[in-house]
Design a protein around this ligand. Structure first.
Ligand SMILES: C[S@@+](CC[C@H](N)C(=O)[O-])C[C@H]1O[C@@H](n2cnc3c(N)ncnc32)[C@H](O)[C@@H]1O
Ligand SMILES: Nc1nc2[nH]cc(C(=O)O)c2c(=O)[nH]1
Ligand code: SF4
Ligand SMILES: [Mg+2]
Length: 211
């Protein structure tokens, strides 16, 4: 199994329940809901993606031939040799197209707690410590339990109530970034205030000007 990775970098988790926590981000290449090419965006299942996940040419990116090669690259991005508080967020692209149990085991062996950001269309391998599912309207959601459900809002036909029966500990609503970001943020604040089951998730890294 060769892992295709767009980039690996150290920053703060910007979103969701772990916002503010130092983390290495491992951004896998490729997604099953969009090619990542602008020419295809209008016909993609997921059309609002804010991320470049094409190729392996980003900071720290590359092709990693073994689980341990991947874990070593993640460890290299962590700032200290102590194993305290090590945290990696596997994202993408869609990380569950590539992340397997062997990679998770290798990351654990180097002391990392492993979180995943997924669109919820692929069954996760065992061993993940924190699963954040962000459903995309128009795709089939197969991951119906996890730690955090983080819905980008608003999505056409995407009434948040349709997810409330699912088995997640935290329900988060994140304003859709893009041309209507300000209006989407106001709508998200209003929705959370009217429906306190949902807690606002801001993309704080974008406001902080960090990766
Ligand atoms: C780029 S995705 C990668 C992980 C996975 N493919 C997924 O969709 O969850 C990481 C997170 O960014 C969110 N996201 C993507 N585009 C966004 C946008 N325009 N505004 C707000 N959140 C966005 C996704 O919903 C997801 O929670
Ligand atoms: N700082 C920071 N936090 C994030 N949380 C989720 C991200 C993602 O792209 O998956 C992301 C990201 O790209 N940067
Ligand atoms: S599913 Fe995730 S990575 Fe794929 S296009 Fe949508 S937001 Fe981007
Ligand atoms: Mg991002």
């Amino acid at each position: 199994m060769t892992y295709l990775v767009k980039e690996i970098f150290y920053t703060l988790q910007g979103e969701g329940s772990h916002a503010g926590r130092p983390a290495v981000f491992c951004r896998f290449s490729r997604c099953n809901l969009w090619t990542g090419l602008e020419k295809d965006r209008h016909r993609a299942v997921c059309q609002f993606c804010d991320t470049d996940f094409v190729g392996t040419d980003g900071e720290g990116g590359g092709r990693f031939r073994t689980p341990d090669d991947l874990a070593q690259a993640v460890e290299q991005a962590w700032p200290s040799s102590t194993k305290d508080h090590r945290f990696v967020v596997c994202t993408g692209g869609e990380p569950l197209l590539q992340l397997d149990e062997a990679a998770i085991t290798a990351l654990h062996a180097r002391g990392f707690e492993v979180a995943v950001e997924t669109n919820g269309t692929r069954v996760p391998p065992g061993g993940i410590d924190w699963i954040c599912v962000s459903p995309k309207i128009g795709s089939e959601l197969v991951v119906t339990s996890g730690d955090e459900l983080k819905l980008v809002y608003p999505q056409f036909d995407g009434d948040p109530r349709q997810f409330e029966h699912l088995d997640f500990r935290h329900f988060r609503l994140q304003p859709m970034d893009g041309p209507d970001a300000d209006a989407n943020t106001r709508a998200t604040v209003e929705y959370c205030m009217k429906n306190p089951r949902w807690i606002l998730s801001l993309q704080t890294h974008k406001h902080l000007g960090i990766q």
